[in-house]
Design a protein around this ligand. Structure first.
Ligand SMILES: Cc1cc2nc3c(=O)[nH]c(=O)nc-3n(C[C@H](O)[C@H](O)[C@H](O)COP(=O)(O)O)c2cc1C
Length: 136
């Protein structure tokens, strides 16, 4: 399996309709290509982790990379994993989080998404956070 995490900037022109269209494409394509992961929409950014075979992750990521509905895409991490770590494809944070956990997670994600460059500590902690948030 192969994982890719990126952060991007959300334009001020982005609408809830854009999000609905993205979700529709993502649900269909990700199921078709065996992609799992998590997409988090923040006030000014997106953070997404994608998991699948390397070819399929790269194929979907190329589509996402060319998408004019976001910009300044920073790839934080690409990694091979022995087994699939993320069970499903989803959008948003788990509703099972209690409000304090949710607040902490959003605080960290918001902070990280401002960055243009990432250290190993950023990479590994964001990966842990996203994979733990995606387990439901
Ligand atoms: C932040 C963001 C996340 C996206 N995530 C996915 C995704 O996980 N899977 C996907 O197929 N498309 C995703 N898209 C949409 C793709 O860029 C592209 O529009 C879509 O794959 C086109 O597929 P369609 O022509 O089959 O609808 C995303 C777009 C944005 C802006």
């Amino acid at each position: 399996m192969y994982q890719l995490i990126y952060v991007s900037d959300k334009p001020s022109t982005f609408t809830p309709n854009d999000m609905n269209d993205i979700l529709r494409s993502a649900r269909e394509n990700n199921a078709k290509y065996g992609i799992t992961g998590l997409l988090v929409e923040l006030p000014e950014h997106f953070i997404q982790i994608l998991e699948g075979t390397q070819d399929n992750v790269e194929y979907i990521f190329n589509l996402i990379y060319e998408d004019p509905r976001h910009k300044n895409i920073r790839v934080l991490l690409t990694a091979k994993t022995r087994a699939r770590e993320i069970e499903a494809w989803d959008m948003g944070l788990s509703e099972e989080l209690d409000p304090t956990q949710l607040k902490d997670a959003l605080y960290i994600l918001n902070n990280f998404s401002e960055k243009q460059n990432f250290s190993d500590i950023h990479r590994q902690s964001l990966k842990l956070l996203l994979t733990s948030l995606s387990h439901k």
